[in-house]
Structures are given as structure tokens and as C-alpha cells.
Design a protein around this ligand. Sequence first.
Ligand code: LFR
Length: 472
Amino acid sequence: MQHVARFPNQPVRVYEGRADADADAGAGAAAGQASGEAAFGLHWNILELYRSVGAGLRSALRDEPDVVSIGVDSWAVDYALLRGGRMLGAPYNYRDERTTAGVAAVHSVVGPAELYRLNGLQHLPFNSLFQLAADRASGDLALADTVLLIPDLLGYWLTGVGVAEITNASTTGLLNPHTRGWDAELMTRLGLPAGLLPRLAEPGSSLGRLLPEVASDLGAGPGVGVTLVGSHDTASAVVAVPATDDDFAYISSGTWSLVGVELESPVVSEEGRAANFTNEGGVDGRVRYLKNVSGLWLLSESVRTWERASGTPIELAELLARASAVTAPVSVFDAADDRFITPGDMPSRIADWCREHGVAVPQNPAEFTRSILESLAVAYATTVQQAAELTGKTVSAIHIVGGGSLNELLCQLTADRTGLTVLAGPVEATAIGNILVQARAAGMVPVGSSLEALRAVVSATFRPTRYRPRGR
Ligand code: LFR
């Protein structure tokens, strides 16, 4: 696979008035007259993202004029509010702190156990329904007539057609995992207007041709269209797991680690809720029974903290080599603790966790790094075992795909902690899964090929790196 473009996607934190300023005080607040605590919002720079996507598409279409299809995927849960076809403001980033109030608002209407029975979704404070509840409370939602998840927003800007692709829609918390339809009753109970969410559509279907103006801007021919794919990045990544049989667990490892198994139908049980497992929608009606257990974000935020303090850039390969060389045991902390979700000084938060739990605090970046990777590997091991127990599935090997598959220490520690063989790669599983679903829709791999047949294409062309468990 050839990269055409790669660009940063950084959220932006902006001042949003004073916490206790009411709506009428808006003008005064803008003039700096209001009292109360300063409120900040964390937003995606979505227009810059769209501009960069456009630049990437332009060069792809210039290099490969035969391109007929474009597929869009991104992270989950986040969305834009629109009115009359226009976006109403920069979408919030799911790490924004407004979701705390949203969780309380939703749980006051539908308790956690009932909510899980309805949506089968892992409790993450940023699931879209909690964000929508926060937007309802702030009055923002009342301004909108449509909500589009991020990949659907990009698809809409490209084609003029707005839908809710189903794998990503499953992360909103408003989808019934059994019927794969919107839960209209739940929406009504939460005060979310019917019609706010667009019609659902399955991966593999055509979203539409590029708008003529967009096609000419991108240098695309009139036949180029957008094909819906697993628009949740994790759904596309799971398509491209190079498994040759059914007995596998996967870890889509990057900023987050999504650890789980694939099922034919959802498992919505109280035990699953207690273990915080999710039933997300997969491509071809499959279910991604998994848990989000945090990820390399812990390391990237730590590196950012150290670089800021020292003023010098950190060479990641060198840091990982030093972490590999740590021989003394390091503390293992709960990587999925909510305190690690928002941006900030991760080493201090990890140190606080260790002190609170009476375990040794890592002393230097190498030890912190080792502690982060050991903690992730332990979380992976527990989660794989839970997934097998909760679903009755046999797991004989673990596939790690995504950026984390390049992290040799993490892969080895995962093999060690699980006692299972780890098969690492491909690193670009998300892009490959996206492309394979488009290729099948276009008949470039036989239409009607199963997911297993798509995975066979990946395993025939890509050889994973094998990590065997080392005795402890
Ligand atoms: C991975 C991912 C996860 C989701 C998180 C937030 O990139 O999509 O699956 O839990 O980002 O959207």
C-alpha cells in the first residue's frame, strides 16, 4: 500500500466564556466583564482536516486517474451539529470535559444497567449520547436539525448526501445492537428530537457521486463516488485482521487499544456490563465484542510532558530501547482509569495512581514507559481472557494491528502476559479494511466475498511478525 498523504490532526482548546455566565451575559462575557471560572472547549479543527483530505485526494487522483471510489473512516463518537445543511461550529473533541455533566443527565433518566440492556455499549463518558445530552443542556442542540458523525460529515461535504454509517452509529449509544436500528424510544426519553439522526446505511453501499463542484476542485472525473465502508476506524481495522481461522482475538492498538473478539450476534449480559464490554457494529452485520482499554496515548501524552519540561525532543526508538532494558519490576496501574482520558501530565497522574494504591512510583522516563507498556499488556491479557469467558469463544492467538503492532516491546509483553502467540501487523489495517470493502463493492474482489475471504487477501499479501510468550 502506498501513502499519498499524512497530516497531523490536533485538537484546539479555546476559551468559551465563564462557567456561571448566563446566555444574556454573552456580550458582557466577551468584553471580559463576567465573573466565574473560565470555561474552555476542546474542539477538532475539522476544516483543516477536510482541507488536508482534499489535498491528499487531489494528489491521489493525479497519480492514479483510474480511481473510482473513495471511502471515509475516522475515530468514533464525535459529530457536528448542522442546521439547514450548514455546520454550526467546530465539533467538540471527545476528550472535552463537558461530558461529565452529560453522563449525569443521561443516567438521571436511564440508569446504567438499563442503558446497557438497550444499547449494549461499554460505558465511556464520551459516548455520543452523553455528548448530545451536554449539548442539549447548553442549548446548542436546539439550534441544530441534523447530527453527522465525523466520517459522515466528510462524506456529506464530498457528495451532498448525509447518512449515518452503521458501524460508527453503533458507538453513539442510540442504536439497538440487535436490530441495528435507531432506538427512537430511548431518544425520546432523553429529549433528543426524532429526525436529528439521519438514515442508517450499511458499509459497501454507495453514498453517491462527488458533487460536481467538489469533483472539479479535486481533479476527479465524473464517475468518482464515495462508497460507505466501516467508517468507524476500528471496524475497518477488524476487517483487515490477517486471520486464517476463527480462534483469534484482536487488538487494534494505537491512540486507543480496542481488545476483543468478533461475534455473529450481540452478547448483552450483566456480566458483560460489569466487565465493561461493548457490542459495536461490524462490517457485514458482525459484532465487535470488545473493550476500549486506553492505549499509546498514555505514552504520547507522557512524551509531550517530558519534551515540554526539558525543551528537547525525545527520540521514541531510543526511549523504547531504554524501557526494554529496565530489569527491575515496575508497577502495573489501571490503564483504563478515567483520569487518563483528558489531555495533560500523564506521568504525574500515573504517579498519583501508584501512590494511592501503595505501589512504587516509576522514577524516570524509561521506567514510566516500561510501566505504561506493562500496564497495557496486563489490560490486554485480562480483557482477552474476559472476552473468551463472556462469549464462550476459543482464543488461540492474538492479532495486534495498527500503530502498536510496530512496538516490539508491547507485542512481546502481550505475548508474555497472555501466554499466547501474538501476530503483529499490518500497521495500516484501518486503511486496508477500508479499501477492501470498497474493492468488494466495485467487484475488484468478488462481490459477495465473506469477511473471511477479505482476510485471506490480507494474509496472502502480508506476513505478520510472530511473538511467542517467554517464560517468566
Ligand atoms: C479508535 C477509536 C475508538 C473509540 C475512540 C474514540 O481510534 O475510534 O474505537 O473508542 O477512538 O472515538
